[in-house]
Design a binder for this molecule. Structure first.
Ligand SMILES: NC(=O)c1ccc[n+]([C@@H]2O[C@H](COP(=O)([O-])OP(=O)(O)OC[C@H]3O[C@@H](n4cnc5c(N)ncnc54)[C@H](O)[C@@H]3O)[C@@H](O)[C@H]2O)c1
Length: 419
C-alpha cells in the first residue's frame, strides 16, 4: 500500500509515521519548509511523546518527505489531507488549505489505477458530499472513475498523539463506494479496534459529536465554577472531585470525567474552531443550535471572568501578576487559542500590564504568536514566583502543584483548579 499525506502537523505527522510503522509506504508533503526540513532531519517540529521514536524507525525506510507531489500521488492508493481547517468567515471552517491540497493532487492522480482522496482534517458534516465532490467535479474530474472520495476523522489528543493513534479506540470511515472502503479497510487491517464504515456525512458528524460534547462538559463546568464563586465559600475543586466519585462515570472515574471539570475555558486548535464551525454550518442550513451557542458564549466569557477574579487579588496595577503556564494544556507546547493569552488580553484591556509568564515548554511559541500582548517572561518557575506579587495557575502542569508552598505568602488564583 502507498499513501501520500498532505500536511505534517500533529495529525498528519502522527498518521504518516503510524502508517509507515505498519509497513505502508508514506510520502509526506508539507508546504512549511521549516517544518519539512526539521522532519527530514529526523527531528519533531513540536513536542509529542513517543512520536520521535516512530520517526526514527521509519524515516527514509517507509516514510519519505522529499518526493515530489506528482510522483508521490501517481503511485498512491490513498491521498490523505491533514491540513488545517481554521476559523473562516462567520466562524465557518476555512477549507482553502484543503482545496489547495486537492488542486495539487488532481492532475497527478494515476489515470489507470484507483486513488481514494481522504479528508482526515476536521470538516463540518456535509463537506465531503456537498463541497469536496462538487469542487473536484468542477475541475473536470469524475468521482467514481479512477477517483474515490472518503473521510476518516481523527480523535487524537495533543500530548498523547502517538498513543492515541496507534492504540485508537475506534476508526471511523466515511465512504460512499465499495472500492474506497476496500482501500481504507486494508490500510487499517493491522488495527484491532472497531473499524466503522458510515456515510460521508455521518463520518464528519461523529467527530463533531465528540468535540461539541467535550466543549459542552467544559463550559458547563466553567459556568458552575462561576456560580460557585459568586455564591462564595464553596470548595470548587473538591466539589468536582466528589462529583467524579459518582459510580456512573465508571470506577475509577473515566477519562471523560476530566472534561467535566472547571478551568479557564477550552482552547487549543480544535474545540474553539470546531464548536463555531458546527454552529455556523447548522445556522446557515436553518437551525440555530441553542445549547451549542451557550457552550460557545460561556467559553468566550471565561477569560474576562478569570481576569476579574485576578483583579480582586491585586491591590494596585503596579503589582506583578505571574502566570504559571502558557500552553493550552499541560504536556504540550501548543499555544493556539490558549486561555492564557486571552486572560492577558483581558487584563491588558483593564489596564494591567505588569504581567509575567512562565511555561516549561511553550514560551517560544507563545512569544511568536502573541507579540502584541503587554507582558514579560521568566525562564524559570522559581524566578517567576520570586518576581510576582500574585500568582495565577493558567495551565495545569503538574509541577505547579507545589505553588502554595513556594509562594506561601502570596495570593494565588488557581484558574485550572489544580490544587
Ligand atoms: N491538533 C489536534 O489535536 C487535532 C485532533 C484531531 C483533528 N484535528 C484536525 O486535523 C487537522 C490538522 O490539524 P493539526 O493540528 O495537525 O494542524 P497543523 O496546523 O499542526 O498542521 C497542518 C499542516 O498542514 C500544512 N499544509 C497546509 N496546506 C498544505 C498543502 N497544500 N500541502 C502540504 N501541507 C500543507 C501546514 O503547513 C501545517 O504544517 C485540522 O482540521 C484539525 O482540526 C486536529
Amino acid at each position: 500500500m502507498v499513501v501520500t499525506l498532505f500536511g505534517l502537523g500533529f495529525v498528519g505527522l502522527t498518521t504518516a509515521v503510524a502508517f509507515a510503522d505498519m509497513g505502508i509506504t508514506v510520502y509526506g508533503i508539507e508546504v512549511n519548509e521549516k517544518r519539512r526540513s526539521t522532519i527530514a532531519a529526523g527531528k519533531l517540529p513540536f513536542h509529542e511523546p513517543g512520536l520521535g521514536e516512530g520517526l526514527d524507525r521509519t524515516l527514509g525506510k517507509t516514510f519519505f518527505v522529499d518526493v515530489p507531489v506528482e510522483e508521490a500521488v501517481s503511485k498512491s492508493d490513498a491521498v490523505y489531507y491533514c491540513v488545517g481547517t481554521p476559523y473562516g468567515k462567520d466562524g465557518q471552517a476555512d477549507l482553502s488549505y484543503l482545496y489547495g491540497a486537492i488542486d495539487q493532487t488532481l492532475p497527478a492522480v494515476s489515470k489507470d489505477g484507483f486513488t481514494v482522496l481522504v479528508t482526515k482534517s476536521t470538516v463540518p458534516p456535509s463537506t465531503t458530499k456537498d463541497m469536496v465532490i462538487p469542487y473536484i467535479e468542477k475541475q473536470g474530474y469524475t468521482v467514481g472513475g479512477n477517483i474515490g472520495v472518503a473521510n476518516n476523522p481523527e480523535f487524537l489528543r495533543e500530548g498523547h498523539c502517538w498513543d492515541d493513534v496507534v492504540n485508537a479506540d475506534r476508526i471511523v470511515l466515511g465512504v460512499s463506494d465499495e472500492r474506497s472502503e476496500k482501500v481504507l479497510r486494508k490500510l487499517y487491517q493491522g488495527y484491532t479496534c472497531p473499524v466503522h464504515t458510515v456515510t460521508l456525512n455521518t463520518g464528519e458528524y461523529i467527530k463533531y459529536l465528540s468535540n461539541t460534547l467535550l466543549a459542552t462538559l467544559i463550559s458547563w463546568s466553567n459556568e458552575m465554577s462561576l456560580v460557585a464563586d459568586n455564591i462564595g465559600d464553596i470548595q470548587i475543586a473538591e466539589a468536582f472531585r466528589i462529583l467524579h466519585e459518582d459510580s456512573r462515570w465508571g470506577t475509577p472515574a473515566c477519562n471523560m470525567a476530566t472534561y467535566a471539570y472547571p478551568g479557564a475555558g477550552y482552547g487549543g486548535y480544535c474545540l474553539p474552531k470546531d464548536t463555531n464551525a458546527l454552529f455556523a454550518r447548522s445556522k446557515a442550513l436553518g437551525y440555530e443550535p441553542k445549547m451549542l451557542g451557550q457552550t460557545i458564549a460561556v467559553n468566550d466569557a471565561m477569560p474576562s471572568a478569570i481576569a476579574k477574579i485576578i483583579e480582586r487579588k491585586v491591590s494596585s496595577p503596579e503589582q506583578v501578576i505571574g502566570l504559571c503556564g502558557l500552553s493550552f494544556k499541560p504536556e504540550s507546547d501548543d499555544t493556539r487559542d490558549t486561555p492564557a493569552a486571552k486572560i492577558v488580553a483581558a487584563l491588558n484591556k483593564d489596564g494591567y500590564t505588569n504581567i509575567l509568564g512562565y511555561d516549561p515548554l511553550a514560551i517560544p511559541e507563545f512569544k511568536q504568536y502573541y507579540a502584541q500582548l503587554k507582558m514579560g517572561f521568566k525562564e524559570s518557575y522559581d524566578e517567576l514566583v520570586a518576581s510576582s506579587d500574585v500568582l495565577v495557575i493558567t495551565t495545569a502542569w503538574k509541577e505547579f502543584s507545589d505553588l502554595p508552598e513556594k509562594a506561601a505568602d502570596k495570593p494565588i488564583v488557581d484558574a485550572r483548579y489544580l490544587l
